[in-house]
Design a protein around this ligand. Structure first.
Ligand code: SF4
Length: 283
């Protein structure tokens, strides 16, 4: 029986725009440059925090200057001039400095980092159905165990400039799915707390899910995964999100097409056999 492995981003792409889903996961078209400045900032900050906690796990607390140095190195190594800046009133330097501010604030507010981090960038795999035919893979930014409350904590860093509503937090699927995985590992009776760090706002949001809510979520996610497998219809969904969509240049909803764009360069079709893993590069 062939296993079907999904990711949260794959499921979200299908829900937001089926055409975008088709470009990436069925036609296997990967833009050579597909990053926006926001995603570059997010990735550089995540890597700096990953490094910080990997040091803490080895009982070393780096200085804030060292954290900024790692951030700066990541930023420069992965920056290229084709990264898209959609908001024209901001420069590359503005975004870089934003990241510096996020890290300084985070460091100051969380020092000396004694919340018992167990793992960083922890990979998890959840069975969505009983037979294990449908699975979901993801990565937890940071997993901690709070020995005072006896709860596991799933930490997630957000660098976006949008603050979620209470409803969005209550319905957030990604961390709740990861909570299913943690309960599968450590026991269903264990408490799991979901914690988002909204770095732009210097705010931490906490939430929890009951076992019943998690079971319902697993069922709903399985249903979407089965829809993905069986659908043959992939219409575009035009929205403000299109401005950040890496496929806009080949999207017929915007009067473009793949053939015209490939002549100009910038898009590649993956070799399925060699590059299948790259299709799920987004968490
Ligand atoms: S540009 Fe918009 S409509 Fe077109 S694929 Fe992207 S998200 Fe969908």
């Amino acid at each position: 029986m062939a296993k079907k492995i999904f990711s949260h981003s794959r499921i979200s792409a299908f829900e937001k725009c089926r055409l975008k889903y088709k470009f990436r996961y069925i036609d296997e078209i990967i833009p050579e440059v597909e990053r926006t400045i926001e995603s570059h900032l997010g990735s550089s900050v995540h890597k700096a925090l990953e490094w910080l906690y990997s040091q803490i796990k080895q009982k070393k607390i780096p200085s804030v200057e060292e954290v900024i140095m790692v951030y700066s190195e990541n930023w420069n190594e992965e920056y290229d001039d084709e990264i898209t800046i959609v908001k024209k009133n901001f420069t590359k330097e503005d975004y870089f400095n934003k990241g510096v501010g996020f890290l300084i604030n985070y460091y100051t507010e969380n020092h000396p980092f004694n919340d018992n981090t167990i793992e960083v960038e922890k990979e998890i795999l959840i069975n969505l159905d009983e037979t294990g035919e449908y699975k979901l893979r993801g990565f937890i930014d940071r997993l901690a165990y709070n020995s005072q409350t006896g709860e596991y904590e799933i930490h997630d860093y957000k660098t976006s400039g949008t603050f979620p509503t209470d409803e969005e937090i209550e319905n957030d699927r990604q961390l709740a799915l990861y909570a299913i995985a943690i309960k599968e590992i450590y026991g269903k009776e264990k408490g799991v707390r979901l914690i988002w760090h909204y770095l732009s706002f210097r705010k931490k949001i906490h939430s929890e899910r009951t076992n019943e809510q998690l079971e319902k979520l697993r069922e709903n996610t399985l249903k979407i995964a089965k829809d993905i497998n069986s659908t043959t219809s992939f219409p575009p969904t035009k929205s403000s999100l299109c401005h950040w969509c890496e496929y806009k240049k080949i999207c017929p909803a915007w009067g473009n097409n793949f053939e015209k764009q490939t002549k100009l360069g910038g898009f590649v079709k993956l070799d399925k056999k060699e590059n299948g893993d790259k299709l799920d590069i987004f968490k």
